[in-house]
Design a protein. Structure first.
Length: 187
């Protein structure tokens, strides 16, 4: 199983054939591996979010509206959702002139920043990141690292794939070598 596939299993997008994936949910644990689709969807709204390598959105929807909608889905009121969207897009250096345009017209790095803003729009306890800084220049990579560090300091947990050694060194507190798992499965 590949690295991205492992993240998708934790997020409940792929089913697990065996084992348990325990996610703290108020006063109990939700086993994502055994949870019903309804329970997984509830956990995604309240507890965890996923930022993939690629932005997948409805065409013709403005970048600002995509991020504000994610904040609303996570439980923020309309005004707070708009404020959160503006704050995140500003922090992630997306020029305001682009906010009202659909991200399909953006560069890969601009799309990724919209994707990250959407993932950080709620106050999720677990944020799953699949190479969030891969298509970013140094300035924007640093903005994402600062956003992650801030959320970690506020108590959010992260499960992430980073190929950039500098970013890993700045953020990780635990490194899991998944090549050992892949070699074991193959043998």
């Amino acid at each position: 199983m590949g690295k991205s596939s492992i993240l998708k299993v934790v997020f409940g997008a792929y089913r697990s054939d065996a084992g348990r994936i325990l996610l703290a949910d108020d006063d109990h644990f939700l086993d994502v591996a055994a949870a019903s689709p309804r329970e997984v969807m509830r956990a995604r709204r309240r507890i965890m979010t996923y930022v993939s390598q690629f932005l997948r959105v409805i065409p013709r929807v403005a970048a600002f509206d995509i991020v504000a909608a994610a904040a609303r889905e996570a439980g923020l009121e309309a005004a707070a959702a708009r404020a959160r969207a503006a704050s995140l897009l500003t922090r992630l250096n997306l020029p305001e002139r682009l906010w009202r345009l659909p991200p399909a017209t953006f560069s890969g790095g601009e799309q990724q920043r919209v994707n990250i803003a959407r993932g950080f729009a709620g106050d999720h306890a677990l944020i799953i990141l699949d190479e969030p800084t891969a298509s970013l220049d140094a300035v924007n990579r640093n903005a994402v690292v600062e956003l992650i560090a801030e959320r970690r300091a506020a108590g959010a947990g992260f499960l992430a794939i980073f190929h950039d050694e500098d970013v890993r060194a700045r953020l990780m507190d635990r490194l899991i070598d998944v090549t050992a798992f892949s070699a074991h499965e193959a043998g």
